[in-house]
Write a new protein. Sequence first.
Length: 467
Amino acid sequence: MSKSEINRISREQTADALALLDRLKAEYGGGKAFVETYGCQQNVSDSEALSGMLARAGFTPCDSADEADIILFNTCAVRENAENRVFGNIGALKHLKARRPEVIIGVCGCMIQQEHIAKKIRSTYRHVELVFGTHALARFPYLLSEALSRRGAVMDVADSAGVIAEGLPYLRADGVGASVSIMYGCNNFCTYCIVPYVRGRERSRAPEDVIAEVKALAAQGYREVMLLGQNVNSYGKDLGNTDFATLLSQVAQVEGIARVRFMTPHPKDISIKVLDTMAAHDNICKQLHLPLQAGNNRVLKAMNRVYTREDYLKIVQAARERMPEITITTDIIVGFPGETNEEFADTLDMLEQVRYDTIFSFIYSKRQGTKAATMPDVLTDEEKKRNFDALLAVQNRISKEINDTYVGKTLTVLTEGVSKTDEAVLTGRTEGGKIVNFTGNPDCIGNLTRVTITESRTWSLVGEQVN
């Protein structure tokens, strides 16, 4: 298969895999499985599929590796810190494996799709016996069968343009919201990013399959869906008969879905049609996560982002013209190779111009195999840390100033449950994605609730339910 082709797993192949899981349940079922996820929402979605397949094979999910019969780490390759945490946690399981040799320990996901990482796992962590990459998700029943039959170490890290598999079982957490992957992979090759190498090329699910999944979630009682993709605005380009705006509108019309969100759009691909679709549907959340990454045009070009700060500001203006109440969030990389202090100042300027509600930021992390990994630095680690702290200080001020404007207003909150820190307090999110902790009747959990905001904090709001 060439890199440009998309391998769509047939319904018959999926049925065979599910039948295998049923046979595994009859032979090996009754144990427990622990799945730990690192990284993005797409990884969370993949873990839900892995958990669903494990449950179909008779393994009940549990919250601790110590009590599990199967342990899976679903990994992230975006930053070095996440990789180091995985290595540390894998190493700590060596003693557990010595005490309970029957335990199956597996590592999967984006880290493993990198050849040098897969080799390190096999050579250094010999107690890990199940190793597979992102492209092997649909083959997991067969890999699990090999591991359970104790045929030795099982490894599947084959390079691939990626596959589409429909009909896999998902085990989602209880709650009001669920994520739905609409596409996989990425064609953009930003110079700092490993994702296209570990997730493969862009490939879209058929719109009828997406809609069917959303309808099933609505029937199960989920009130909110998050549409996922590395670049959702590229959805449908490989299909030829649809686009993201069309799919977004179709999802919004599914009965029972109170809110629709999506992530992540690429600024170079977001269209006016998408913004118009957002504005036209009351249940499409007026929230836009629009990754900037850097505010300087030279740095953006070095990142291969294919837009300028001026292009970006036009998108923000167009969004706010159509949806004045929209909340905008972003991603920022500090200390990209070659970035100077003067160029970083342009990023601070963009924070002041756009006035983001929230940012997700980190110091650049070198990724082996990417173009940026060979670019020279001009700033010291101390300068990068100082710039990072300055970025957070500016954004914290802006976030608090924005949240202050909500005090006294009555907002609609989708109540998610009881606060983890105070059982007397309920928690939920506004249409714009802001966390609201409030006093109210627990009967409103799972429903849209009117809440008057009484206090603002940097990252959340406090309020009281309107009777």
